[in-house]
Design a protein around this ligand. Structure first.
Ligand SMILES: Cc1cc2nc3c(=O)[nH]c(=O)nc-3n(C[C@H](O)[C@H](O)[C@H](O)COP(=O)(O)O)c2cc1C
Length: 223
């Protein structure tokens, strides 16, 4: 019998992330994050709730859940092959199992409904199940909640999730880099999420770089 250890799966597969899109405002964040993850060569397992689908249509004109509609800027069949889309009703999909190894899950945007379902362990769809499994397996779970103002229920759910090991990262962009376009604001948030996932990126999110190059001040003065 061989005593050699098998090569760990993490050494042989690309980085792999789970992305959940729920029915809160901010479809642009999810689409930009999906694009950036695929461009780094990562595999992305996507699950979209029913209201997430509605938001994708209302805010971004996405009519079909497929690679071409979700990632119109990427012309790369290899990237298309790295996107796996799971039906939200399919709680038997691989991402519902703790044995499915991945490098982190992001729920963006995260509605108060999904936040509450994950925090209370009461989720009955694939998105919330995958998030709860990510927590139980102690993998990174980043929850980008979007609602304002917050009720005590949301606040308590965020507290519970934080204590359980999730990172609550509300879609709450800073303006100190003097954004000029909505895309700049979107990139600010998406860059934060990529940082939390430890994925390198070139999005403009860093105060130090803006301060060093004087970009922020120049943009302020040119108004
Ligand atoms: C156009 C639209 C915008 C919405 N925006 C938000 C939002 O920003 N935050 C939120 O918590 N719910 C929002 N909702 C309500 C949620 O979609 C609703 O509570 C739903 O049950 C969420 O279910 P899900 O988490 O399974 O997607 C919005 C609904 C619609 C139709």
């Amino acid at each position: 019998m061989s005593t050699a250890l098998a090569t760990p799966e993490t050494a042989t597969r690309p980085r792999r992330f789970v992305l959940g899109i729920s029915g809160a405002s901010g479809a642009a964040y999810a689409l930009r994050l999906l694009e950036q993850l695929l461009l780094t060569g990562a595999e992305v397992h996507l699950v979209v709730s029913d209201y997430g689908r509605r938001l994708l249509f209302d805010e971004a004109g996405v009519t079909h859940l497929d690679f071409a509609s979700l990632c119109p800027t990427i012309a790369d069949s290899a990237a298309a092959a790295r996107l796996v889309i799971h039906p939200n009703k399919d709680v038997g999909a691989v991402i519902a199992s703790g044995s499915f190894l991945h490098d982190g899950m992001v729920v963006v945007p995260c509605s108060s409904t999904s936040l509450g379902a994950i925090a209370t362990g009461s989720g009955s769809n694939l998105l919330t199940r995958a998030a709860m499994v990510t927590l139980k397996e102690r993998r990174p779970l980043i929850v980008c909640h979007r609602e304002t103002p917050l009720s005590l229920i949301d606040i308590e759910n965020m507290r519970t999730l934080t204590l359980a090991g999730a990172i609550v990262c509300p879609t709450n962009p800073g303006f100190y880099l003097n954004p000029r376009r909505i895309g700049d604001i979107v990139d600010f948030m998406v860059g934060k999420v990529l940082d939390l996932l430890k994925v390198e990126h070139a999005l403009n999110t860093r105060w130090e770089e803006a301060a060093r190059s004087g970009t922020a001040a120049k943009q302020q003065n040119s108004r």
